[in-house]
Ligand binder design. Structure first.
Ligand SMILES: *[C@@H]1O[C@H](CO)[C@@H](O)[C@H](O)[C@H]1NC(C)=O
Ligand SMILES: *[C@@H]1O[C@H](CO)[C@@H](O)[C@H](O)[C@H]1NC(C)=O
Length: 331
């Protein structure tokens, strides 16, 4: 009886979960280049293939942690934005690597990508899209905003979950980076900023297969990859060995290890909060969950940081950094 109940529950959970990855045709309709690379010869191909260590993770490399914050895509309400979280987390780590883990961590605004990326929403996205959007924007001289100017609210324009029908997530200055300097009854509207801390990328690409993943991670940092999430829903700890049936979720891979019994496994950060899995992470055996099928990487370009002395210093009310279009929106 007990078995029947849990089997039925397992089935309904599996049936209820909808994919957070768009099929190829839908991705291409959004202008995403399937498994695209920013240059004809991907710079990944130029990386040296050295002998790989049996254990390697950016969360503890020579005693240093290069992993940035864990995130939760499903708070304050459900949002199928795994694809944005996987890409932004891996890029955040790579910025931390570029800074040799010095200074306060830079956390990038997932919500900027949701509001302006046009490559996905709370109803799903792609592995390739986020870096393709950011590269295009980087070429025009602006990067992705930081979390403190545009916090994650788990809403997109096509979502009516939770409080989302009351939230304007359209792509305009206040929804890229904003300040709200006083209460609205005091005449203090929210102001979109013309200058704000941001990070660009100089290069991106797509890879698949365990060897390419190891080479990319070892040489340049974490990557974002598709995965079959159904076996992950009730995961608690340990090394997952389920083969997987279809990729429907995106995560960031930070390294690998070798288990005496299960052999090589990947160390992976999810975006379901730290109460899930192993403090927000999981381990999966090499070859399992279709994790090696499709991955993306990006190379950081410029970013705003204290040590670079390149910040534009905005006032609390934003008067000296006011964006021209859509300067004021009362919310
Ligand atoms: C991008 O580069 C990878 C190798 O780094 C290659 O496997 C893939 O086919 C390339 N994608 C396209 C669309 O050419
Ligand atoms: C982006 O950051 C750079 C410094 O990293 C800064 O010079 C530039 O003004 C910023 N762009 C915007 C739109 O704020």
């Amino acid at each position: 009886m007990k078995f029947l109940v849990s089997a039925a529950l397992g089935f309904s959970l599996a049936a209820a979960r909808r994919s957070e990855l768009l099929p190829r045709e839908e991705a291409e309709k959004l202008g995403v280049i399937w498994r695209g690379n920013s240059s004809k010869q991907s710079s990944h191909e130029l990386l040296e293939a050295t002998e790989m260590p049996s254990d390697f993770t950016w969360c503890n490399k020579d005693g240093k942690n290069y992993c940035t914050m864990s995130r939760n895509q499903h708070i304050p309400q459900y949002c199928g934005s795994c694809w944005a979280h996987g890409a932004i987390s891996a890029l955040g780590d790579r910025i931390k690597i570029a800074r040799q883990a010095q200074g306060v961590d830079i956390n990038l605004a997932v919500q900027h990508l949701l509001n302006c990326g046009g490559v996905g929403s709370c109803k799903g996205g792609t592995v390739d899209g986020p870096y393709q959007w950011l590269k295009q924007m980087s070429e025009k001289g602006t990067g992705i905003a930081y979390e403190t100017s545009n916090p994650y609210v788990a809403c997109s324009s096509d979502s009516s979950e939770g409080f989302c029908s009351h939230v304007d997530t359209s792509c305009k200055a206040v929804n890229v980076a904003r300040t709200c300097g006083s209460f609205s009854q005091e005449g203090g509207p929210c102001t979109g900023l013309s200058a704000f801390p941001n990070a660009t990328i100089s290069d991106y690409g797509s890879i698949s297969g365990a060897d390419a993943m190891m080479k990319e991670i070892f040489n340049r940092g974490p990557i974002s990859c598709g995965v079959d999430a159904n076996p992950l829903l009730n995961y608690e700890s340990g090394i997952i060995k389920t083969k997987g049936e279809g990729v429907d979720h995106v995560v960031s891979v930070v390294g690998w290890g070798t288990d005496s019994k299960d052999g090589m496994y990947w160390i992976v950060r999810n975006s379901w909060g730290e109460y899930w899995g192993e403090m927000g992470y999981f381990r999966v055996q090499k070859g399992a969950l279709l994790l090696e099928d499709q991955c993306s990487w990006a190379v950081p370009g410029s970013f705003t940081a204290a040590e670079k002395n390149n910040q534009v210093h905005c006032h609390e009310g934003g008067d000296n950094c006011k964006a021209k279009a859509e300067a004021q929106v009362v919310v």
